[in-house]
Design a binder for this molecule. Sequence first.
Ligand SMILES: *Cc1c(COP(=O)(O)O)cnc(C)c1O
Length: 225
Amino acid sequence: MTNYSYLINYLNERKVKLVAVSKTQPASAILEIYNAGQHIFGENRVQEIIEKHPLLPDDIEWHLIGHLQTNKVKSVIRIVKLIQSVDSFKLLREINKEAKKINRVVDVLLQIHIAHEETKFGFNYGEAKEILMDGDLRNMKHIFIRGFMGIATFTDDADQVRKEFRELNNFYRLSAQYKGSNFNPDILSMGMSGDYEIAVDEGSTMVRIGSLIFGKRENKAGGTN
Ligand SMILES: *Cc1c(COP(=O)(O)O)cnc(C)c1O
C-alpha cells in the first residue's frame, strides 16, 4: 500500500495513467487497492476477468493486457473497457464483429513487439503501419484504435530498454498522420514494475504495474498469458 501511494503520486504529477495489474491476485487484494482510490485494473487472462469482475465494484475499468484468442472475444467484450493486446488483423475483425452485435464501439490498442525476445506477441512496426493504412480498417465501425502497447526486453540493460521505448514513442507520434474515423492515437501504454520510470521518461501515457503494487507473484510465468 505504501508503494501504491508513492506510485500514484509520482504518476499523477506526470499525468500518466496507472493500470494496476491484478493477474493472479484474489478479489480481496484488488478491493484493497480499489479502496485506496485505484479504479483501473489489468488482467492478462480472459478467464480471470470473467471470474473476478462479478465479485468487485461495477465502476472498475477492466483492461485486457494479455494475448486474446479470437474464440474468447465474445465472452469478454461486454466486460472490458480497453483491449490493449490486439496482435492480429483477424482479432481486430473479430472484435469488430462482436462489438457490432452488442452495438458498441470497443477501444483497443495495437500491441507492438518491441523486445529483443522471441516469445512476446505483437506486430512489428511495418505490420502496424499496414493496418493503419488498410482501407478495410475504415469499415470497422465498431472498433476504435487509441494507440499502442509495448513490453520492453526483460533485461538490466537500461539503455536497451530506453531505446525500445523511445522507438515506440516515435512510432506513436508519427502514426498520427494516419488519423481517421477509427484511429486517433492518445494512449501509449508502456512501462511495468521494473522499467516504468524509463517508460515515463520516454513519453508513456499509461503504465501497467503489478508486482510493485501487489507484491511478487508466486507464479513468475505470469508473463503474457
Ligand atoms: C504482468 C504484466 C505486467 C505487469 O508486470 P509487473 O512486472 O508485475 O509490473 C504488465 N504488462 C503485461 C502485459 C503483463 O503481462
